[in-house]
Write a protein that binds this ligand. Structure first.
Ligand SMILES: Cc1cc2nc3c(=O)[nH]c(=O)nc-3n(C[C@H](O)[C@H](O)[C@H](O)COP(=O)(O)OP(=O)(O)OC[C@H]3O[C@@H](n4cnc5c(N)ncnc54)[C@H](O)[C@@H]3O)c2cc1C
Length: 477
């Protein structure tokens, strides 16, 4: 019988930082880290080497494997504004742990990233005069501009950094089990006792691992699985949100001043008539639009940028959060159906349309896309009609938002700018946890993006560090 003190499901940043911090505090512990994807050095996306998305089997390399969705991410670590009494970016850890302690966790975790080779340079801190002028102008047009210090790893450096962490976890004695799917949790009388797994590559391999504590760190990729676990094992949760929108690509020269002063500017507004919250997210100066495959082969759009390899375009997400009320409470299903329609319209690929074509009421044709001044960095995207995929309310929110931001950044609404669909951020139903991140099932914890606690690398990482501190006190070895 294989027994562990701690089993961690998911080797994304939250799971990695949990294992690392826990082993530093309790070096003699038996810890098992399981992930359905591959080791970080074996993760290769065919699109990044010039090919097209072939829907890698059994799992997409962009979102699965050691370092989770962090491996191919742009690696922008969102820190915080020292002057601000709130934390506005990356998730809701501060709502459980308070702002001061969360800031301390961010400083501490940032230190670990630096120890493993992150760039010491911070973006968005030097030119406060330009930043303040932009904030002032944004306010005038009903747009909120959030600018915080960013530590930019870059996609290729993220790989190196997480490889160093993978080596270190093995040196510390963590058992890392890759290409292994956690199929089910073992729960008895409201207490977790282990996990059932099967191999992602060898048909016959099935195993049971017993654990005193189990941490779920499955990211957005595991949202569907987590929702199923909640239903099966009565893990308390509440209906969550789904963020639906597009990836927007425009020339660097339009964004030049913003990129230089802030690297990532977060614009937030409530466009009329719905007054829903609409925001920009994950801005990538001189970056590349990318595709990622989700459950059931759905293709979603994302974006990233490298430290050295550069394009002439900036890309960013424009997202609207969708909350539903009685009688509908299935945000995941709603998002999946939007993605399915968008994929259908693009023959199983990402859809792209010029803003000018949307505003003049017709689809984009490949012929005109080839002549467009903004050259798509996702070359496999299929020219078509994004408005046929997204709902009226989402589309109205996005177009009105683009118009509002154009007042702040002239050229933001230029006709040749591109909208890619679908950009969707799936979260499972929000898992109900306490300030130790323990769920309603005893010994079962939820961290990172999967249960809706976080929405970015830094907050996912600190959620792991906090849980390690909690468990290190709790587990008597
Ligand atoms: C292209 C891209 C760019 C991004 N850029 C940024 C950025 O610049 N800055 C930022 O802050 N955030 C960025 N993000 C988001 C960031 O990567 C995530 O917020 C972060 O990785 C979440 O960490 P996590 O540990 O919660 O989960 P994840 O990193 O998603 O890891 C979860 C892991 O769990 C595994 N898993 C799921 N279910 C199971 C199961 N049943 N059995 C076994 N394993 C399972 C998956 O294989 C995966 O490896 C980006 C994301 C993408 C996709």
């Amino acid at each position: 019988m294989k027994r562990y003190d701690l089993i961690v499901v998911g080797a994304g940043p939250s799971g990695i930082f949990l294992c690392y911090e826990f082993m530093k505090r309790k070096p003699d512990s038996k810890v098992l880290l399981i992930d359905q994807g591959r080791r970080v050095e074996k993760r290769v996306c065919p699109v990044s080497s010039g090919g097209k998305c072939v829907k890698c089997k059994p799992f997409c390399h962009i979102t699965n494997g050691f370092s989770g969705a962090g491996a191919f991410s742009d690696g922008k670590l969102s820190l915080y504004d020292h002057e601000d009494e709130e934390i506005r970016v990356g998730g809701s850890v501060q709502e459980y742990l308070g702002v001061e302690y969360t800031k301390e966790l961010i400083d501490y975790t940032d230190g670990i990233y630096l120890d493993f080779g992150a760039d010491t340079r911070l973006e968005g801190v030097s030119d406060t005069e330009t930043i303040n002028a932009y904030k002032e102008r944004a306010r005038k047009y009903g747009v909120d501009l959030i600018s915080i210090p960013i530590r930019h790893l870059g996609t290729e450096k993220s790989h190196e950094l997480y490889k160093a962490m993978q080596d270190e976890l093995e040196r510390l004695g963590v058992d890392i089990l890759m290409e292994t799917v956690v199929e089910d949790l073992m729960v008895k009388d409201g207490v977790v006792t282990g996990v059932y797994v099967h191999s992602a590559v060898i048909d016959t391999f099935k195993e049971t691992y017993y654990g005193d504590k189990v941490a779920i760190a499955v990211g957005r990729k595991g949202a569907k699985w987590l929702s199923e676990m909640c239903a099966k094992h009565s893990i308390k949760n509440r209906s969550g949100v789904v963020d639906i929108g597009i990836r927007y690509e425009l020339p660097d020269h339009i964004m030049a001043e913003v990129n230089k002063a802030m690297y990532e500017a977060k614009f937030v507004a409530r466009p009329k008539p719905y007054e829903d919250k609409v925001r920009t997210f994950c801005q990538n100066p001189s970056g590349f639009v990318s595709a990622e495959v989700y459950d059931g082969g759905l293709i979603l759009v994302n974006g990233h940028s490298y430290k050295e390899k550069k394009s002439n375009n900036t890309n960013l997400a424009i997202l609207c959060s969708h909350h539903f009320s009685y009688p509908f409470d299935q945000p995941l299903l709603y998002g999946r159906n939007i993605a399915k329609n968008s994929n259908l319209l693009a023959n199983g690929q990402v859809l792209v349309q010029r803003l000018g074509d949307i505003l003049s009421g017709h689809r984009t044709h490949e012929y005109w896309l080839n002549k467009n001044s903004v050259v798509p960095t996702l070359q496999t995207a299929v020219a078509g009609d994004v408005t046929q995929a997204l709902g009226y309310r989402t589309m109205t929110n996005i177009l009105e938002f683009i118009r509002m931001v154009d007042n702040v950044v002239p050229g933001f609404a230029s006709s040749d700018n591109l909208l890619y669909s679908p950009e969707i951020k799936f979260y499972s139903n929000e898992i109900i946890i306490d300030s130790n991140f323990e769920t309603s099932v005893k010994g079962l914890y939820s961290i990172g993006d999967g249960g809706g606690l976080t929405r970015g690398l830094m907050q996912a990482s600190i959620s792991g560090v906090h849980l390690a501190r909690v468990l290190a006190k709790d587990i008597a070895l």
